[in-house]
Design a protein around this ligand. Structure first.
Ligand code: DP6
Length: 320
């Protein structure tokens, strides 16, 4: 397909079952530990890029400045001849509130730029570039169950199982639409520098990753539930023990955790995962998703419930 200087791409957020929180020293934005996620369907970022006299960004209808995007474009231009770009991007879900908008954002942006300006990247190369913008974005380039691991001196993402291998439901309870207080990049650096638990986190996450990968391959829900909740709780143990502490949870986050635990005691297979924000992501079988959504909707303070399942890779929707 000839590059036309404009293109539109769609990418989906992902939720990590084994979380990434902390980077290797040095350049390239490489995670300190392996992570494993599911790419979501049901919510998306759509990004259009067009050649322009200077870089400009419109985010959800408003002109914006984003140092992370500016830094990413500068890095891309060290490797490729790319003109000024007008970027128009929008999320159909709350931005910057722990729903991984940077993951879908950089995945969609990298995919659109590749198509618009003929970078000629294959999927793995696009993922490596998206990682430089935001490491979780490396995973949103792929669909289904996705690992981000070390291979050949590089941090690379790959699909480990397709979405139809194990069609789980991911039901998001939105506990607050406020933009998070401390971004992921700053939060993980603070944990590395100040949390007494950081070394335990990096060491134990390798085992969590192996256990979770086996559970996904075997479709063992109970095993996955145990290790995924543990990984999420450990991430929040790191943020709570950073100095100063970062409390990503809202009151409704805690209330939702209790509601899901109650549902589980009553026999429904469900587990919770929380990222750098107050939202609660509940994993269950598709058949149980109505019960999970009903339980979350009745939690005081939960503003909205978003129903997702496991979704596809980032893709170009309009190449000109
Ligand atoms: C809590 O990928 O946003 O969502 O690489 O610094 O941009 P940067 O961080 P980012 O961190 C995501 C953290 C997380 C856990 C996860 O998705 O694995």
């Amino acid at each position: 397909m000839a590059a036309r200087g404009e293109a539109t791409a769609v990418a989906h957020p992902n939720v990590a079952l084994v979380k990434y929180w902390g980077k290797q020293a040095g350049a390239g934005n490489r995670p300190a530990t392996p992570s494993l996620s599911v790419t979501l369907s049901g919510i998306a970022t759509t990004t259009r890029v067009e050649a322009a006299p200077a870089d400009r960004l419109w985010l959800n209808g408003k002109e914006a400045q984003d140092p992370k995007i500016a830094g990413f474009l500068a890095e891309l231009r060290t490797a490729f001849d790319i003109p000024g770009i007008a970027i128009t991007t929008g999320n159909d879900f709350p931005t910057g509130a722990g729903l991984a908008s940077s993951a879908s954002g950089f995945a969609a942006l990298t995919t659109a730029i590749d198509a618009a300006f003929g970078l000629g990247l294959d999927r793995a190369e696009r993922s490596v570039w998206a990682r430089r913008g935001s490491a979780s974005a490396a995973r949103s380039i792929f669909g289904g169950f996705v690992a981000l691991v070390e291979r050949g001196g590089e941090s690379v993402a790959e699909t480990v199982a397709d979405a139809d291998h194990w069609p789980l439901a991911v039901t998001v309870g939105v506990a607050s639409k406020q933009v998070k207080s401390v971004g992921s990049t700053a939060g993980m650096e603070r944990a590395r520098a100040t949390s007494p638990f950081y070394n335990a986190w990096t060491t134990s996450t390798h085992d969590d990753f192996s256990v979770a990968l086996r559970a996904v391959r075997a479709r063992d829900f109970d095993a996955l539930a145990e290790v995924a909740e543990h990984s999420s709780m450990k991430l929040h143990a790191l943020t709570l023990t950073s100095r100063p502490a970062i409390v990503y949870w809202a009151p409704a986050t805690v209330a939702a955790l209790h509601a899901l635990a109650q549902l589980r005691s009553a026999g429904t297979g469900v587990f919770a995962s929380i990222d750098a924000g107050p939202q609660v992501k509940a994993f269950s079988a598709l058949d149980d998703a109505d019960d999970v959504a009903d339980a979350l909707a009745t939690v005081p303070g939960i503003e909205r419930v978003i129903r997702c399942s496991i979704g596809p890779a980032a893709a170009v929707t309009d190449a000109g």
